[in-house]
Structure formats: C-alpha cells, structure tokens
Design a protein around this ligand. Sequence first.
Ligand SMILES: C[S@@+](CC[C@H](N)C(=O)[O-])C[C@H]1O[C@@H](n2cnc3c(N)ncnc32)[C@H](O)[C@@H]1O
Length: 272
Amino acid sequence: MDTMTDSQATAQTIDAFDQGGALFAAWTPLLWDPIGAATVALAPPKPGEHVLDVCCGTGSSAIPAAHAVGPTGSVDAIDLSTALLDHGRSRARSLPNLRFHHADATEWTGGPYDRLQCVFGVFFLPDMDADTRRLVGLVRPGGAVTVTTWREGGVQDVVGPFFQAIADVTGVAVQPRQSHNAAARVDSAEKVAAWLESLGLRDVTVHPVDHDAPVTPESAWQFLMGSAARVFLADKDPATVTAIRDRYTELMATTTTFHARALVGTGTTPSA
Ligand SMILES: C[S@@+](CC[C@H](N)C(=O)[O-])C[C@H]1O[C@@H](n2cnc3c(N)ncnc32)[C@H](O)[C@@H]1O
C-alpha cells in the first residue's frame, strides 16, 4: 500500500524522470515519438486551434500538434520534469507556436483551449478523475479531449521481467504504486470509453495503437531507467541494484521486441 502523500509521490515520479532524462530522450524516437504522432494522427488538431498538451515530456505529441495547428494556432505544453522540458525545447526551436512550461498539471490554469491532449500522463495525476476533470474544464464547449493510455499488458515485455527480477533478488513482490492502480482503470477500450464519458465527454471513440520497438536487455534497462519504473530501485543499495540488473538481463536474454500497446481515446466537451 502507498503510504506517501500525493505531493511526495509526484516529487518521486518527477525526480525519476529528471534523473533518467537522457535515457528517456534516447527512447523518444523509438517509442514516445511514434505513439505521440499516432495520437495526433488519430485526433488531429485543426489549423488555428489552441492546444493544451499535459505531461508533455520531450514534446512527442506537442510537436506534431504544433505542426498541425500552424502559425495561427498555439500549443501550451506542460510538464514538471526540467530535464524532459529542456529536451523538448531543444527539439522545437523552429516552432514558435509551441511553448513549453514548467508547471504542475494539477494547478495549470490557461485557456480556454480548443483541445486537450495527454499521452501517458493521466495516471500520474494524484486524483486521476478530479485532476483530469479540472483540465477538461479548461477546454471550450464543443472542444476535443484526447487521452492516450497503456493497454493491459502494454509494457509487459519490459516491465514484467523487471518486477520479476526485483522479486527474485529481494524475495519481496513489488507493491503497485498509485499510478499503477490508476493505469489499470484505463487499460482497455471499454474502460477508457467509460472513463471519458464519466468526465462528461460526448462522442467518445477509442483506438488501439500498436508499436513494436527493437530491444536488447541493455536498451530495455535503459528504457526502465528513463521512466517512472526507476522509483522501484530508489530504496535499494547499489549491490542490490546490480543484482537486479543482472537478473533482469538473464530474464530478457531472448526478448528482441518490445510490443508496446496503447489506447487513444477521444471525446468532445458538451456544447454550450
Ligand atoms: C510517461 S511520461 C509521458 C511523456 C509524454 N507525454 C510522452 O508520451 O512522451 C509522463 C510525464 O508526466 C509528467 N508528469 C507527471 N506528473 C505530472 C504533473 N503533476 N504535472 C505535470 N507533468 C507531470 C512526467 O514528468 C513525465 O514527463
């Protein structure tokens, strides 16, 4: 059971993304950019629209959105990880209509926006329902909301053996974090559709997105260390971390593909 406060959990998550920023950036073209691009392709912003991209990371969905809205539109991309924002800004120098902001998604008050998009972010919010509902409130009536989540087992290829390695080395099963439990609430098309409707959205559709990335034990470990998964090592001493890594390398020996499986859900806010 999680005993830490919401702000402690957020701080730990952001610290993981900051510490792993270079590795997250290395995985950006392999995973985050393709799924961000697929999200924008499935729910394309129109020229001139004003978009809010929440939990933007290195801009994998914010950058294609900025291209789609063009010079008469704009994208506010918000995140709390300084390292990822820096990578995003360096990738978007030619896009003056895209602004990266160091801001907490639970506190941001811009808008009104034509569109909200959030890729692999809602489950990190301390209260997924209330915090997302508040963000939806920043979208004008008749605007669009797009949320990308992981399908059940969508990161199993790389994360499953990690949890197994921790259990094998420590003898203790990994305790799910709040974000894991929240992610499980939106890990099927039916659940995403029902959840978006519970937020008051209309005309909800959900599409699967499959993306296969080549992987080695080494690159899979780098993926984990560039993600929130690294929080599971935060309380381990260096020798234990080394043992977990060695066990993970054994378990991943025959895995050559990371079958990433996501869901893109879209709905519209009620008209005024
Ligand atoms: C898995 S990453 C996804 C990044 C990006 N959307 C992508 O698909 O590449 C989750 C992101 O959520 C951000 N995040 C988590 N909690 C946040 C909060 N309360 N406010 C803003 N960003 C947050 C993290 O810093 C991280 O960049």
